[in-house]
Design a protein around this ligand. Structure first.
Ligand code: HPA
Ligand code: ZN
Length: 322
């Protein structure tokens, strides 16, 4: 129908995509074979069957296992090229892509192997793409600081930093020093907050880390004062509807609070998070959300416009999309 075509065809930006979460089971198996890595699952289908998550941690365990097949620069290139081709098919014009260097350096893969492979695929794509380096919040801040040191020779290859992995018990304030360092370096700052963690984590991400956008942030509605502040300051939320259902943040899409977030005046965007694990790329996230909730053409236009206004694009590039 009409709405479907509008959602698929409208130009959009994707602001919340973990590149390791775009690794499809087929590519996991192909890379395992190419690199002589043995997997705990005998087939693509058996692996897919393991994608039955109960919460964030149960997903992260499988997500880190899947990433273990990435060893060579070409592996990172192939993964990123596959995502960008898929994003282009969904009419994504600009993508700000998260990567998790610590997931790889901890296995002995050099930092430069990771960033060079991902970056080269971005250069080769017709989709505008930029990289955001994420720190794993379940690890100590000292390891984030060491990762930042390793990244400095590649400062021109990423535009910002983020914070991901296990949220509960790892509040933003654990990373004050490293985020302050990144701010001084002129990097853009974002953090996952209020996905599984409480609204207080959204507040401390803003006040103590000085982040410019909140990744997820859906739990903000539990705090009316915080919601009013996010609306007043027009802080963008990068919401990932299919992720929220798969990780049981909401029971079903009908229960998702995306429309309530929009009605509260928040700068909401729709994104895919980890599309290979959560059942769909960005357009499927739009379609599933619009199927379940009373959203119309005006909402679609607002969401697309928000994706560009919240992007870390500058000057002409930004005005061209708005
Ligand atoms: N939350 C936290 N960490 C993550 C996610 C997420 O949705 N995806 C990949 N790492
Ligand atoms: Zn995420």
């Amino acid at each position: 129908e009409q709405m479907r075509n509008i959602l698929q065809q409208m130009p959009k930006a994707e602001l919340h995509i973990h590149i390791e979460g775009s690794l499809e089971p087929e590519l996991i198996f192909a890379l395992a074979q190419r690199n002589g890595v043995s997997l705990a699952y005998p087939s693509v289908n058996q692996l897919r069957k393991a994608y039955a998550f109960t919460d964030l941690q149960s997903f992260l365990d499988i997500y880190y296992a899947g990433a273990s097949v990435l060893l060579k620069e070409q592996d990172f290139y192939d993964m990123t090229a596959a995502y960008l081709a898929r994003a282009q098919a969904d009419n994504v014009r600009h993508a700000e892509i998260f990567f998790d260097p610590q997931t790889h350096t901890a296995r002995g893969v050099p930092f430069e192997t990771v960033i060079n492979g991902i970056w080269r695929a971005c250069q080769d794509s017709p989709v505008s793409a930029a990289l955001i380096m994420c720190f794993l919040r379940h690890l100590p801040e000292d390891e984030a600081l060491a990762t930042l040191e390793e990244a400095l020779p590649f400062r021109d290859k990423f535009i910002g930093v983020g914070l991901d992995s296990s949220e509960r018990g790892h509040p933003p304030e654990k990373f004050c020093r490293v985020f302050e360092r990144c701010r001084q370096l002129g990097l853009h700052l974002v953090a996952h907050a209020g996905e599984e963690g409480p609204p207080a984590y959204i507040e401390t991400a803003l006040d103590l880390l000085n982040v410019e956008r909140i990744d997820h942030g859906v739990r903000c509605l539990e705090d009316a004062e915080l919601t009013a502040r996010l609306a007043r300051e027009q802080v963008a939320l990068t919401v990932c509807p299919l992720s929220n259902i798969k990780l049981r943040v909401f029971d079903k899409m009908d229960d998702h609070n995306l429309l309530r977030l929009l009605d509260a005046g928040l700068v909401v965007t729709i994104n895919s998070d980890d599309p290979a694990y959560f059942g769909g790329y960005i357009n499927q996230n739009f379609l599933s959300t619009f199927d379940a909730l009373p959203l119309g053409v005006e909402h679609a236009r607002t969401l697309a416009r928000n994706s560009f206004s919240a992007a870390f694009l500058e000057g002409e590039a930004k005005r061209g999309y708005l």
